[in-house]
Design a protein. Structure first.
Lengths: 473, 208
């Protein structure tokens, strides 16, 4: 008898399932990397209540990102609540003896940028964190998924997590992406097509020529946004691009260990005959730059489109939802998306603040002035340093944008970087939910080149003409 | 956590699609310790205006909704952020169950870990219940053994789906840490195997 062909997902799942009798319960998975942040305080409190320690401090890594200030870091943190959150993480790291990339560490940044950058994220792992965008780590051919505080406490105590096995979906993006079109546009395109719960209960594997052609940064953006389509996780099979990115990273295996790891990773590719439960195919050459118009990432359209009309919705429920979204967003049905004035822009977040994202935004902004204020927050302090070495910060500053320290910042507003009520923000982040960037904030999601173009024109606009004749990374 | 099999309580309609966890609890409230209670933060920015004045028309603010323990709503409830505080807010407000056509996966897991039932019904069943409850909140019965819900007093029964493992956890009030620690010998053996076969899984000191 020959073994049934297995997908990449199947191989990863099977390699992490602890062999115990579960009597039909979900599976108990071993966790290779557990990232915690300031927001993990509920889980540490649960652990303390029960008098438990951290089972594997060497596989646990702390990152200060959700609450950290992005300005005046040498001064004490003004807000006592935020200061307490940052200190609590530091205390937990000291008490339990795990590595912390704290506020003043030169490697500090957003957890989903720091993990890969440090070579902590590798192919073939299970990576968890109390943050839904942990799906990012799947870009390396890992199972990366977000968990809640009870599960975080469980991982801290046991280094394992109970999970029911998801179904599998392959999203194949064939063809070549056009100029000015990137991973963000591909992600919003499939989410608009399938819905914000379209991949619920599924692990999504991205494949096809357009995906293979993406850099690691692009693959991370794609996997990061998997959760916005409801997927449990997103993954890309490791290849030469993956290994080139990882080799020599500080925490990546080195020497003979690197060779052993590479041999293991090579065996992870899905068997040719293995078929996922669902497959969706997109033509990459047809994907245009996309912006969101509503209050869910599924409310996304090409910039060449118009604001939807509830009167033309397929059913009354959908019509009510569109009308409510337009009311919140302050938009009239039928108006072209291109030309909608914005009040500010934000370039940042675990979705789109890696070096490639900043280079692309800078390609649009070089030699131009922003018509609206904006914030640029690099994905990590190391990305910030690299951008400064490349002179990108000078381009952003010369355009009139604010160049600040790294953290989750205006994506989630927890550190006080917020969009004012009623203000419209062109944002490279991941959620256009009501109030996400601050109470009453109106968020339009888009790629870094599109946010940069919005800065230059003061409106939502197609970045492609602004990129004409310019070198794009 | 104590297990449960039957619940009877007041149900209230929230006829909205896609209530994400940022709506359930805005991020700015999540630095508080759990003991402080999260019920007041539930759906805060939908229930209250910028000055903190309650919107009298919001379903949960109506006097007849007081004491509700079952929430009926539309598709994709609890999508988005993994924040378990969204469940704390629902639980501390008094909810024991949410009935909807679909839930965010992480939200559903968090709900079960706090004894809150995420009951997935067909869109048609959700609309039927919403129509009844929008007229006035009514008492409903939930049977976790039969996986069914009904308006109390002989209303039509609607089946709901729930992962078997989740149902067992709710019924038994199981705590995962206790359960997993019973497998300590198997876990130790697993770990020793990894240390032998894939020692590179343990990162060094970050020196490259």
């Amino acid at each position: 008898m020959t073994a049934a062909p297995r997908t990449l997902f199947d191989k990863l799942w099977d390699a992490h399932r602890v062999p115990i009798e579960t009597a039909g319960r979900s599976d108990l998975l071993w966790v290779d990397r557990h990232f915690v942040h300031e927001g993990s305080h509920h889980a540490f409190a649960k652990l303390a209540e029960r008098g438990l320690g951290v089972a594997e401090p060497d596989l646990t890594f702390g990152v200060a990102d959700h609450y950290v200030p992005t300005r005046d870091r040498d001064a004490p943190i003004a807000d006592p609540d935020i200061a307490r959150m940052v200190e609590t993480l530091e205390q937990n790291a000291a008490t339990h003896g795990f590595q912390l990339f704290g506020l003043h560490d030169r490697r500090q940044g957003i957890v989903h940028v720091v993990g890969p950058e440090e070579g902590l994220t590798l192919p073939g792992l299970v990576v968890v964190c109390g943050d839904s965008h942990t799906s990012t780590h799947g870009a390396f051919g890992s199972l990366g998924f977000g968990i809640g505080a009870t599960e975080v406490a469980h991982v801290l105590a046991t280094q394992t997590v109970w999970q029911s096995r998801p179904a599998t979906m392959r999203i194949r993006v064939e063809g070549r992406l056009g100029p000015g079109v990137g991973a963000k546009d591909v992600a919003l395109a499939w989410i608009a097509r399938l819905g914000a719960d379209g991949a619920r209960g599924h692990a999504v594997e991205y494949a096809g020529a357009a995906v293979r052609g993406l850099s690691m940064e692009g693959r991370m953006t794609l996997c990061n946004l998997s959760i916005e389509g409801g997927a449990r996780m997103g993954l890309v099979a490791p290849d030469a691009v993956t290994l080139d990115y990882l080799k020599g990273r500080p925490f990546a295996p080195a020497g003979a260990d690197w060779d052993r790891a590479c041999a293991y990773w090579t065996g992870l590719a899905g068997d040719a005959a293995a078929e996922p439960d669902r497959e969706v195919v997109l033509d990459g050459s047809e994907v245009a730059p996309i912006v969101t118009w509503g209050t869910s990432p599924e409310d996304a359209l090409p910039i060449t489109g118009t604001v939807p009309d509830p009167a033309r919705a397929p059913d009354p429920t959908r019509a009510r939802k569109i009308a409510a979204a337009l009311d919140y967003m302050g938009l009239a049905p039928g108006r072209p998306l291109d030309g909608i004035p914005v009040d500010r822009i934000f370039i940042g977040s675990c979705t789109n603040a890696r070096i490639e994202d900043l280079r692309r935004a800078a390609a649009v902004l070089e030699g131009r002035r922003a018509k609206v204020p904006g914030l640029v927050s690099a994905g990590s302090s190391l990305v910030k340093a690299q951008a400064e070495e490349e002179g990108l910060d000078a381009i952003f500053r010369a355009a009139g944008l604010e160049w600040v320290d790294s953290g989750c910042s205006m994506c989630v507003g927890m550190n006080g970087d917020r969009v004012a009520p009623g203000e419209r923000c062109a944002s490279t982040t991941n959620r256009n939910f009501r109030g996400r960037q601050g109470p009453g904030a109106r968020t339009h999601l888009m790629s870094p080149v599109m946010a940069a173009a919005a800065a230059v024109t003061g409106t939502l606009t197609d970045a492609r003409p602004l990129l004409a004749g310019r070198e794009v990374a | 956590m104590t297990g449960w099999t039957h619940h009877r309580g007041k149900a209230v309609a929230l006829p909205v699609e896609g209530i994400d966890t940022d709506q359930l609890i805005p991020a700015r409230f999540m630095s508080r310790p759990r003991a402080a209670g999260y019920g007041d933060f539930l759906l805060h920015d939908l229930r209250f205006d910028a000055d903190g004045t309650p919107d009298p028309d919001f379903p949960l603010n109506r006097p007849e909704a007081a004491g509700a323990s079952i929430l009926v709503t539309r598709r994709n409830f609890g999508g988005g952020s993994s924040r378990e505080a969204a469940v704390y807010a629902l639980a501390d407000f008094g909810f024991r169950a949410v009935i909807a056509p679909s839930f965010g996966d992480i939200f559903a897991a968090n709900a079960v870990n706090n004894g809150l039932l995420p009951a997935r019904v067909t869109p048609a069943a959700a609309e039927t219940l919403l129509e009844i409850l929008e007229r006035a909140p009514a008492r409903m019965e939930i049977d976790l053994e039969a996986c069914s819900v009904a308006v109390a007093g002989g209303g039509e029964e609607h089946a709901f789906t729930l992962d078997d493992a989740m149902r067992e956890k709710l019924v038994n009030g199981w705590d995962d840490i206790d359960l997993t620690r019973r497998h300590a010998p198997a876990l130790d053996a697993w770990r020793r195997g990894l240390k032998t076969d894939r020692a590179w899984l343990w990162p060094g000191g970050g020196t490259g």
